[in-house]
Design a binder for this molecule. Sequence first.
Ligand code: BES
Ligand code: ZN
Length: 637
Amino acid sequence: MNLYNPSARTFMLLLASAFLLGSCGNHSQEGASADSSAQSAKAQRIAAMKQVTDQHSFARPEEARIIHLDWNAAVNFDTRTISGTATYDIQAAESADRILFDTHELTIDAVTVDGEAAAFSLGEAQPFLGRPLNIPIGPGAQKVAITYTSDPGADALLWVEAQGEKAPFLFTQSQAILARTWIPVQDSPGIRFSYDATVQVPQGLMALMSAENPTEMSPDGRYTFTMEQPIPAYLLALAAGEVEFRSVGERCAVYAVPELIEDAAYEFAEMEELLLAAESLYGAYAWDRYDLLILPAAFPFGGMENPRLTFATPTIIAGDRSLVALVAHELAHSWSGNLVTNATWDDFWLNEGFTVYFEQRIMEAVYGRETSEMLATLSYQGLVDEVDAISDRNPDDTHLKLHLAGRNPDDGMTAIAYDKGYFFLRLMEETVGRERFDAWLAGYFAEYAFKGMDTERFVDYLNETLLTSEADKAAVRLDEWIYGPGLPDNCPSVSSPRIQRVDATLTAWEAGELTTANLPWEDWMYQERYRFLSNLADNTSAERMAELDATWAIGSTGNNEVLFAWMEQAIRSGYDTSYPRVEQFLIEVGRRKFLTPLYRAMKETGQMNMARDIYAKARPGYHAVATGTMDELLDWE
Ligand code: BES
Ligand code: ZN
């Protein structure tokens, strides 16, 4: 049985009506024997939960909100459109005379309210946000149905053309505010709804969603889905491709195209182990199954935590299971993010910082402290570099709590939310002790399951439940971490003996005290290789690069993290033997985390012509999230 959710729909109805009555009851499980004063403190905290305003959505949930979606749609590869009808169950305040939705470049064909045609209107388009869809409603309105078509250029969607034998592929990327480019919805992380869907795709493709999924191809291309648990719109996801299903555990499976299914099943054979480790840390998994879908290499991210079905880049298939930390990360979001959700994108660190912390704990539990400390050391280095870079542009962007009003919420996707967030949680763990911290964190997930959380409410909760002593408050200095710039000087220190040895080895090699042939390259794990390559001096000569390549064949490694670090250095050193590999990589792979530094390295070393030549070829295959960033970097019109 699902702990949280006997019936998500009743749950949401109750939640919404309690909310509209002004007192928000807690419908998550409550032990009957729980201590009554703790119980009333909890009741008070929850009663004080008020809707925070999300600057990135036109919805006004205090007037009227969606609680369930019934989606009926067809995917058309020829026109590159998704069209259909989104029918919502709504909950409206008595005085409400409208319900507002988010749309972005959608064509709205018709709207009905409880079966009657409604005189809807679309407001002015605003940068990043799109247009509000205003639907008049009367008292007691219950169902709103919107018939629409998406734009061929919809930012969430990536259409991969059929190529020879290869079937076409479509996937969505809704986070942060792109769901509204493929479905009219109240696109705010604080608004949750359950859903059912019926989706028609071309025959020969399997459709998958962030929901209960098929395991076999349907003969007619028609699929039905259910997501019982209420989720925010940024977790709505759809993919369609010629994919196969391969079970790797009781609750885990991988989906991938036939060419990759074997490799993927091997690479992610440990998924169930990660899931069990996560549950023993912070409580029962709330979403039944945890499956992984390997997307085309054009996917602009490493992974996306779509509930029940993480979407992932194929670049984490290394052949040796060395890059599974990414799966640990997306899995951790099943608690931090998908259960307890950032209320607005200014609170993004509540999703990502907690998730990096949780990811590290899973990695430690499954692979040992040595491995997790290596990862923490790399993340510390990345954080220090990024704090420097961001401080030069806009020091406010180094605060955990962000101010993204009027901006693209994508701007918040930096090491601050992830790694500053991680070190803040680690500081609290080290201050109060792991045992207490773990019990506290499990309690936090249970208490706020299926709810939104904003930074201010979180600070209150923290002060009431964890940092209760003056000494602990003084040791943590949370205001500095959350509302202040840079990295406070009480940031925990990480130490990894293996990484220290790499650093010493690098120094010796650069000083000529160690020959290339004597580097312990073969003994190093990928994290050590990555550290070595990413810390090579900028002025490392092309001859030295050639020597490394000839001795260790680094330019042809199958580990994409190592390859990436190598290529960046190759560009900076002018080691042109690797350039064809760079070009091929940039055409195949659309993962922004790799693209930005590679193109930037070309730009910063006077190789802008090469950058623009490659980009011209690669750009048509990239997702809008990636072209948005690269267009700006390369002054592309
Ligand atoms: N939820 C994020 C991806 C995201 C964030 C998409 C903001 C759009 C807007 C996902 O969980 C993530 O953090 N992915 C990382 C991998 C991770 C191991 C740090 C990525 O894709 O690089
Ligand atoms: Zn994440």
